[in-house]
Design a binder for this molecule. Sequence first.
Ligand SMILES: Cc1cc2nc3c(=O)[nH]c(=O)nc-3n(C[C@H](O)[C@H](O)[C@H](O)COP(=O)(O)OP(=O)(O)OC[C@H]3O[C@@H](n4cnc5c(N)ncnc54)[C@H](O)[C@@H]3O)c2cc1C
Length: 117
Amino acid sequence: MDGTALPVVVVGAGPVGLAAAAELLEQGLEPLVLEAGTEAAAAVRGWGHVRLFSPWEWIVDPAAQRLLEEQGWTAPDPEQYPTGAEWVERYPRPAGPGAGRAGRHRRPRGRGDPAWA
Ligand SMILES: Cc1cc2nc3c(=O)[nH]c(=O)nc-3n(C[C@H](O)[C@H](O)[C@H](O)COP(=O)(O)OP(=O)(O)OC[C@H]3O[C@@H](n4cnc5c(N)ncnc54)[C@H](O)[C@@H]3O)c2cc1C
């Protein structure tokens, strides 16, 4: 970004925000992702012990999968049902802050954790 264009801002690095960011990256835009939590998918981490009712093939955004595979990511068994924690570890964590072409991430001001600044 050259400073003359405003970024597309995505609020929240949950499953939907990360999918939106991946789709924007594929369109050649560099989104700015604002996340209130200390890590991506903060909300899902809160119920990480629960097994999802959707198998892997339904819970990975195709654009995010393409970007991750560029970085050597291997898709999980599409027919398996992960827990919330397993899903976070295998997908939002590698797709989130600091990961390859995941765009820029920042915590909203005043939330305290400089790791996201
Ligand atoms: C127990 C349980 C089991 C589920 N199982 C399934 C399943 O099997 N299959 C399925 O398809 N769906 C399932 N869901 C639903 C799925 O988790 C949600 O549809 C999905 O998480 C929604 O994604 P999201 O990104 O919109 O929101 P969230 O996951 O809620 O993520 C929002 C993110 O935005 C951040 N945020 C919030 N406010 C702000 C702010 N003001 N500024 C910056 N960041 C902010 C939060 O910290 C969070 O990281 C389940 C939900 C629950 C609770």
